[in-house]
Design a binder for this molecule. Sequence first.
Ligand SMILES: C[S@@+](CC[C@H](N)C(=O)[O-])C[C@H]1O[C@@H](n2cnc3c(N)ncnc32)[C@H](O)[C@@H]1O
Length: 201
Amino acid sequence: MATSRRDRADSYTKRAHKEGYPARSVYKLEELQQHFTLVKSGDAVLDVGAAPGSWTLYTHRNLIKGKGKIIAVDLNPLNLNPIPSTVTAYVGDAFSKEIRETLVAQGPYDAIISDAAPMTMGNRSVDTARSENLAEQVIYLAKDHLKPHGNLVVKVFQGGGQVELLQLMRTLFAKVKPYKPKACRDDSFEIYLVGLDRKEL
Ligand SMILES: C[S@@+](CC[C@H](N)C(=O)[O-])C[C@H]1O[C@@H](n2cnc3c(N)ncnc32)[C@H](O)[C@@H]1O
């Protein structure tokens, strides 16, 4: 019998728990990394929408391998104990003036990874518009604070604005791809936009 995304999601949850990750979203980043090699050992990484902290912990353990640095920001605190040695975490809106300035001061970055999502209201068009707005702000952050040849992955809920976001990314990156990891639930309308090799503009 075919395995549904929901069944796989359950096995991802169990595996995440066993491997010490606070959320099964870690396996979305694992798959994105396997396909695109977004982050290298020793990189400076900005993780936007980082809580509870699975992407941050995976990046520390498996991608930068304890070298380099991770700047993690979320409206909520990370649920990691201890906070890994390479991680500096900020709590607040990544796009507020104060936090944005703090993030910018610690750049530029080799990679920006963002799984940020708005609190959903159950209204698909409102949720999608808010997600697109978040994704667009992340892309503009990457435009100004990603090093040449750096990489970006940003989550967006699928809807009207995705084509425009991809177009914007094509002006900034040599290669741009939308990608839906297997670890996404069947009923999830999220997708990840990947930008590789930031152009020298
Ligand atoms: C799906 S969760 C991220 C899960 C995380 N990647 C992990 O693996 O643990 C989405 C996060 O985006 C955060 N978020 C949404 N808007 C934000 C904003 N403006 N600034 C910072 N974080 C934001 C939410 O607080 C939420 O924790």
